[in-house]
Design a protein around this ligand. Sequence first.
Ligand SMILES: Nc1ncnc2c1ncn2[C@@H]1O[C@H](COP(=O)(O)OP(=O)(O)OP(=O)(O)O)[C@@H](O)[C@H]1O
Length: 371
Amino acid sequence: MNLESLHLLFFKNYEEAQLSFSAHINCFIGDNGSGKTNLLDAIHYLSLTKSAFTPTDAQSIKQGAEFFVTRGRFGGRPDDAPAETIQCSLRLGQKKSVTHDKQPYERVSDHIGRYPVVLISPYDTDLIRQGSEERRKHFDSLMSQLDHEYLELLIRYTQLLKQRNALLKLATDRQAGYDRDYLLTIDEQLVPLGEQLVQRRQDFLLEFEPLFQRHYAQLADGQEQVTLTYKSELPGADFGKLLRLQERRDLTLQRTTTGPHRDDFTFLMDDKPVKSYGSQGQQKSFVIALKLAQFELLAERQRQKPLLLLDDIFDRLDEKRITRLMQLVANHSFGQIFLTDTHLERTDRVLASLSEDIRRFRVESGTVTRL
Ligand SMILES: Nc1ncnc2c1ncn2[C@@H]1O[C@H](COP(=O)(O)OP(=O)(O)OP(=O)(O)O)[C@@H](O)[C@H]1O
């Protein structure tokens, strides 16, 4: 599967753009702030129906405009199946719409996982530096692409949690009263969902960690041992009992203080936190290895290679890591690649040894032209 073309309307700093791509390597070249990453983000939308960078969809509408559209045509499917058109659009004040060959999805979540994507960006090290929410979101998003049932569980769990927290808030309003029976009914449904989420996260890590360790060893050729562990109160405990134990505390804090929405994934290097122990280079290798393992697992499970989006990697990575990545490209480990860089000469130099079909685009403050 590959993205044959992309059409944008009022997306971030683009008024309109129409691009046709190579099935192999596509390079967006332009100055800082010209809109290269925005093109990767438009592709990210087609896969995951959301931005990789901005928290709300409205921020993707071009300033002063009232809507955005990103539309992509996906071809090269197995058995010569016809190309498919995916469109993601948002009009201010309305619900986001995602269509497949002009047919709206009943639920946007039905789209997730059908067009897998992996993004490697300079912000990846935030995964190490920031709090548990960032890591949870990352693995939830990956697991949702890998396993639709996981996404369904997560959606149902999150909806129930919202209801529970709303009830806990109401409980402090004495006039509204506190419907404890309703809390217990919510918990009855929450418990099996929470336990299944935790079980799936544990199963996922068993499969994911060895792939990650192999990629890290190849990228870093260091002696250090890297590990990923899942930190949760739940394994070995009874979630229902934990909820009862924390009920008073939850009422005081007006939120649910125990459950898989509080879990974390810890990143270790020789049993110490990568955040404080790993050098900058080791941290970069750590997150790239995470992404490459992600790519491998998605490719294997979905039986199609994800689109690979490489944002600014030549600028931020040292020669050794770039060479390693390019070896993988040369070995045809990847399918279609989109990359951004500020310097055409550097891109050409790095890609010089590859025989793939390479297409270059010049990006200049919201316009793109093929070179
Ligand atoms: N909703 C929006 N409306 C108009 N412009 C926007 C919007 N969102 C982002 N931009 C503009 O897009 C530009 C950033 O584009 P982008 O991040 O793609 O740059 P880039 O070419 O990748 O730069 P760098 O090389 O620094 O990473 C900024 O100038 C920003 O103001």
